[in-house]
Write a protein that binds this ligand. Structure first.
Ligand code: NI
Length: 189
């Protein structure tokens, strides 16, 4: 039996993030990702650097395409202020079911800095994935973790949160203000 491998990443900001973020308008954010066949040390190293990049950038979630890597990996930590809570690492995540309740809340994205807009999403999800040790997991999430996981899973499919925003006027205004092009939005549905 393999022993548990702990990914030890201090929840702190580094002088420089180990991985470079890509921003809306960059085609890497729209490209498909590949499933990971084997969770080995190279994947764990990537996860570690993704976590360091997320903490350094003040994010609560990060998906591999945002650092230019076309792999199905995402990291989430809504409890970033608490050093003792381990972050979530989801590899090859698949949503098994959605709850009936739909919630509206404001989202932001490290790839679209300073843009915050309301997005509707199911309030609860059940997700199957592999953790950083390659162990299969199935867990239910609700509220903020469920929202962040859905947002990051969208990244794995080349979807950005602005693609799901209903309020076109608010979106156009917020994107233009930050120098992003509305033509880079690819509405879902
Ligand atoms: Ni994002």
């Amino acid at each position: 039996m393999a022993t548990a491998t702990k990914i030890l990443v201090e929840k702190k900001k580094l002088d420089k993030a180990p991985l470079e973020l890509h921003y809306m308008g960059d085609r890497v954010l729209r490209q498909p990702t590949k499933r990971i066949a084997r969770v080995d040390n190279s994947i764990r190293q990537l996860v570690k650097e993704m976590l360091q990049t997320m903490y350094t950038s003040d994010g609560i979630g990060l998906a591999a395409p945002q650092v230019g890597i076309h792999k199905q990996i995402l990291v989430v930590d809504v409890d970033w202020e608490n050093a003792a809570t381990p972050p979530l690492v989801l590899i090859n995540p698949v949503i098994k079911s959605f709850g009936k309740e739909i919630a509206v809340a404001q989202e932001g994205c490290l790839s679209i800095p300073n843009v915050f807009l309301d997005v509707k999403r199911p309030e609860e999800i059940e997700v199957s994935y592999k953790d950083e040790n390659g162990r299969p997991q199935t867990r239910r999430f609700n509220d903020l973790p469920a929202r962040v996981i859905q947002h990051e899973m969208d990244h794995l499919n080349g979807v950005l949160f602005v693609d799901r925003v209903d309020n076109q006027l608010a979106m156009t205004e917020a994107l233009s203000k930050e120098g992003f092009s509305v033509r880079d939005v690819k509405p879902v549905r």
